[in-house]
Unconditional design. Sequence first.
Length: 488
Amino acid sequence: MPETDTSARARRSSTPPWAVLLVLALSTFTVVVMQTMVMPIMAGQAESLGVSMADVSWVVTVNLLSAAVFTPFLGSLGDSLGRKRVLMITLGFVTLGSVLVAVAPTFAWVLVGRVLQGTGFAAMPLAIGIVRSVFPPERVPSSLSLLSALTGIGAGAGLLIAGFLAKAGVTPQGMFWISAAATSLGLLGVAVLVRLPERATGFHIDLWGMVTLGGGLACLVLAINRGPRWGWGSMTVLGLFAGGLVLLVACCFVERRVRKPLLDMSMMRRPVVLGTNLTAFLVGAGMYGAFILVIQFVQTPSRFGYGFDADALGAGLTLLPLTSGTLIASTAVSLLVRRLGPKWPMCIGTVVAAATFAFLLLFHTEHWHFFVGTGLLGLGLGLSMGAMPILLNSGVEPGRTSVANSVNQTLRSVGGSIGTAVATAILAANTPPGAPLPTVDAFPISFAVSGAICLLAITAALAVPYRHRAPGPGPVLVEPAAAAHGGR
């Protein structure tokens, strides 16, 4: 139900914006950290649970599958039943999942816990919806850019935190007790500090939409994630790709015919929304592969002719400049949005990302080259991702904010899975038979491919139709009507 200006002002005056932003930042940051924290500790989990490395890799796969299925659904649920309520439920699932992983007696329980943790991907779009509902208009761009920047920061921070904790002797199970404590603290903060009176509008479960969208995304994510192990030409992987595409096409037809669709296809076809989502997909595909490339390169023993003998902590420290770059970008986004609108920070971010891979293509013989590269990558991630929610929100109604950002988040994750799979495939193709590691030639090829994807992201970002109106005395930053209809 739409709210009056009076009720909105009353709600904002009763809620300290900094407290709301702090608790939302803690919640979303912890969820993102949790997704990457498992990577350096997979070997330890495999040993403690008595399973192979091939089996333990499913802790990543099931987490991504869960995110693909539940993120759009929880975003839509938040728009209908209340974003605070659904965010609290989501954080409750994530906390329970962390506890299950921490106490799991068998590998099956670990997988169940990781499925519950995968629902946490919906925390970011729900938080974006809360910010749009609670904050004064002039505070929205800077707050959204900070929340979005946490995605990039958390991805690198998870690896660094896991390295520090492993160095300190914390077991994999102990790490998940820490993450459970952090998300439970976020849950308590949301319950106490986010004062958001919400009225449920009645949620109609679009069963066919859930089956076709969730099933299609799950098939694609599973095929991309398991392709390197099962073989890209295997009938299972090809069947998953085909099934995913068929289900997603069916979803487009189904959602145009149901009375209350999970996805409003007319909204998804709006030029601003479509262009921003395409850019998000390409940004994920181009940038996320850099994590696995940087980590593997710097951890390679120097006796192989390249690499810097870094351990897990050293690899995490190499990604530390990414955090600084992302924080700088989150500050710059709010200034650029006010002067230029959200389109141009997103475009600049994709340009910086392409320049990052050009730099690494030319310079990758010294360890400091990677410190520079990850700093530039953080700047590109922060600019592009920080601007996306602001640009996306200019093309959708306030009541559809969470589901629109959920789709954007999901496409970014699917793109990231593709980028990681492409990087992994290139490294595997350049590993001689019987050799434990790829040749050094694999990395320039990977940097070039990632850079080429970022060039496509630049093209997609430039093509997004958006007309910015310079702010006058008031805080108006965008023209939703013009943006929604593709005006320039």
